[in-house]
Ligand binder design. Structure first.
Ligand code: BGC
Length: 538
């Protein structure tokens, strides 16, 4: 099929999402309309002009559905309603309408691997007891050992500790166990039960009818588990990867990336195709096999895109970046899909901090972003990265990440601090309240606010704005072919159509390649490309 190819006659892409820049909104930390210190849907609606002016094509909202918020909405109690914390269904409709009026698209999150333990289905499952059809929607099993007091298998939760919790099957009577690959408040659904597939088809249709343009699919590689739920054979730990999703992963993975999961996305592909307007889906799939494993999620009859976490996981090294680019394109060749690129999201340490923090971390983050934005395909940005925000060291008393409670490790709250809009003290225009928001913002954020950086020469916000504007001049027409250039082992360099891109990952300046400079992540004094700097030339 040729559906992924751009229309070469008009220069318009065949699909709007093909080379879109998508801005991730972490709903509770973007903008607060009612002063309770927590972001909400009307807050986002009021700030949409900011996103239009930034120059992105779409926004992706993290879950805003009814939820007890044990994992900030990734524990959904009702998939077809809005949590009162964030607003109402009418607010969601208003947000969709306003997004479209401004020429933007809206992607929402869908969380199909697990529900909240407060979902009506899970409550009914507890009520109904072993062997019931209600329990058969989840993965309840008897325990091991003479009295069933050992978990049914050795699987660990991504958030730490065992992936099983035991329930009472009568007052004071220890009963079965249920599987939760994440927190104990997030019971995993049994996707081999047809009722589960039917529920999610209805959920997709509910939001498609309300006008959303696509779905970000949470834990897309987790829905089906290997039948029999056998023990995992433990191999070497994954090393010091910067992400909880991969830190605890071992080699043998009967809980992830099972072949049957693709049937789900074939069905969803057909559901999306029932609606006009080129609706899309993007997989969050932390596959760890060959790059081909990820490519399977974007076959023609499955999802539109999958997050390319290899780019985010690459260390600061020209060779490592080049390797990711090359293997990404090679892995997608057979499936005729287009890549995505991402450096930050709500689950990982912000890339300014990953690259060392301080002025050097910021310089590197700006350079990596500029490089990413030149690559063919879609780029995903995470709120606050356009301000150059760093990971915050959140005081333990304010931490809310379930992985903190399960492991005592700092967790992900530090990249989820509400963003600064204006003013010299907290809450920096985040909302009408005068107090600190749900996680305190550092006092040092005043010069990083949107207002402080707007029209400030050299600011990170102005870099993003101008890079996104310049990207529009070539994104549809520069083609998909990337030709790697050899400018020495410390420099990542490539041609893409008329564009030349160079990123200096070394410690010494290098000559700027030939051409007219159309963007750079920092100054180019005397015609050289300093360390930690990227440039686009034509
Ligand atoms: C989301 C996380 C969430 C987890 C469980 C992830 O992949 O991005 O924020 O905690 O799924 O739903």
């Amino acid at each position: 099929m040729t559906q992924h190819h751009p229309d070469r006659t008009t220069g318009e892409p065949a699909h709007w999402w093909r080379d879109a820049v998508v801005y991730q909104v972490y709903v509770r930390s973007f903008a607060d309309s009612d002063g309770d210190g927590i972001g909400d849907l009307p807050g986002i609606t009021s700030r949409l002009p900011y996103l239009r002016d930034l120059g992105v094509d779409a926004l992706w909202l993290t879950p805003f559905y009814t939820s007890p918020q044990h994992d900030h909405g990734y524990d959904v109690a009702d998939y077809r309603d809005v949590d009162p914390l964030f607003g109402t269904l009418a607010d969601a409709d208003e947000l969709v309408a306003r997004t479209h009026e401004l020429g933007l698209r809206l992607i929402v999150d869908v969380v199909p691997n697990h529900t909240s333990n407060e979902h009506a289905w899970f409550r009914a499952a507890l009520e109904a007891g072993p062997g019931s059809p209600e329990r058969a929607r989840y993965l309840f099993r008897d325990g091991r050992g003479a009295d069933g007091s050992e978990p049914p298998n050795n699987w660990q939760s991504v958030f730490g500790g065992p992936a099983w919790t035991r329930v009472e099957d009568g007052p004071g009577e220890a009963g079965q166990w249920y599987l939760h690959l994440f927190d104990s408040t997030q019971p995993d659904l049994d996707w081999r039960n047809p009722e589960v597939g039917d529920l999610f088809e209805d959920v997709l249709r509910f939001w498609l009818e309300r006008g959303v343009d696509g779905f970000r699919v949470d834990v897309a590689h987790g829905l089906l588990k290997e039948e029999g739920l056998r023990d995992q054979v433990r191999g070497d730990e994954a090393g010091d990867a910067p992400h909880a999703m991969v830190e605890r992963v071992v080699q043998d993975e009967p809980m992830w990336d099972q072949p049957e999961v693709h049937e789900v996305y074939r069905r969803w592909h057909k559901v999306l195709a029932d609606y006009p307007g080129d609706r899309m889906s993007v997989a969050e799939a932390w596959t760890r096999g060959t790059p081909g494993a990820l490519a399977r999620y974007v076959r023609d009859d499955e999802m539109s895109q999958a997050f390319n976490f290899a780019w985010l996981l690459a260390p600061w090294s020209a060779g490592a970046f080049a390797e990711v680019i090359t293997t990404t394109f090679a892995s997608l060749e057979d499936v005729d899909a287009i890549p995505t690129w991402v450096l930050s999201n709500h689950d990982v340490v912000r890339h300014t901090t990953r690259y060392g923090g301080g002025p050097q971390g910021l310089a590197r983050a700006r350079a990596a972003t500029l490089t990413m934005l030149a690559l063919p395909g879609a780029s995903y940005l995470y709120q606050g990265e356009e301000l150059g925000l760093e990971q915050v060291d959140v005081e333990p008393a304010f931490r809310q990440d379930p992985s903190w409670f399960r492991t005592g490790e700092p967790g992900r709250d530090g990249c989820r601090v509400p963003i600064p809009w204006s003013g010299s003290e907290a809450p920096f225009g985040f909302g009408p309240g005068t107090d600190q928001p749900w996680i305190p913002q550092p006092a040092t954020w005043s010069p990083l606010s949107v207002a402080a950086q707007t029209r400030t020469a050299g600011s990170t916000l102005e870099l993003y704005r101008s890079a996104l504007a310049t990207r529009r001049t070539f994104a549809h027409t520069a083609g998909d072919h990337v030709e790697m250039l050899d400018l020495g082992e410390d420099v990542l360099a490539f041609h893409r159509g008329p564009l030349t891109v160079a990123l200096n990952c070394g410690t010494a300046p290098v000559p700027v390649p030939a051409g007219e400079v159309i963007a750079s992540s920092g100054d180019l004094p005397g015609g050289v490309l300093p360390p930690d700097t990227a440039v686009w030339l034509r």
